[in-house]
Write a protein that binds this ligand. Structure first.
Ligand SMILES: [Zn+2]
Length: 189
């Protein structure tokens, strides 16, 4: 390849947006608990629905002419349900180990954080995007936020508590760090 062509190719690569935009159309890859699924969009009249098929396909049933924004909404709602179904058993497991009980918890979209907490209110929030990561990442963030109910800052006491209950926490932290928020893993179909 001529150096000129290489330069041109590099320039065009640099122009590509770093985040692969999702259109919520058939053929796209979407993630759930760290696993990649191929999206199949099926238009039909009736209830909006998302079904996992054969451990490799996500079937999204939507009404004809559903906008991209609404397709995204249906998927996010599904992710929210999956997270909400998993969190109670994790709280049951971890609250006694950490020695704190939450008053309320919730799931929300956050742009810069995987989780947050309100120490005074005793509540924790988990990022919706965690449904796309390996389940251990949700567990790590949940434990992390629970420990914040003891320690506001990431100080030595915080890390000691974390290391005591979840010795392998750095592994999960690194998984989340390797795929920053708002950046989807590259789609290769
Ligand atoms: Zn923290």
């Amino acid at each position: 390849m001529s150096s000129n062509r290489i330069r041109k190719q590099q320039a065009s690569l640099a122009k590509q947006p770093r985040q692969s935009e999702r259109e919520f159309v058939s053929g796209e890859s979407h993630y759930f608990w760290g696993k990649r699924y191929l999206l199949e969009v099926i238009e039909r009249h009736g209830k909006h629905e998302l079904i996992i098929k054969n451990n490799k396909k996500m079937k999204l049933f939507i009404n004809p002419k559903t906008s991209k924004a609404n397709r995204e909404l249906v998927m996010n709602e599904w992710y929210r349900q999956q997270l909400k179904a998993r969190i109670p058993e994790l709280l049951e497991k971890w609250q006694p180990k950490v020695g704190k009980t939450v008053s309320t918890w919730g799931v929300k979209k956050m742009k810069t954080k995987w989780g947050s907490c309100n120490i005074a209110a005793g509540s924790i929030w988990l990022n919706l995007e965690l449904a796309k990561k390996p389940p251990e990442c949700l567990e790590y963030i949940l434990v992390h936020e629970l420990i914040h109910l003891h320690e506001r800052c990431h100080n030595d006491r915080f890390r000691a508590r974390l290391g005591q209950v979840l010795p392998q926490w750095k592994l999960y932290k690194n998984i989340l760090k390797s795929e920053p928020l708002g950046v989807c893993p590259r789609t290769k179909n």
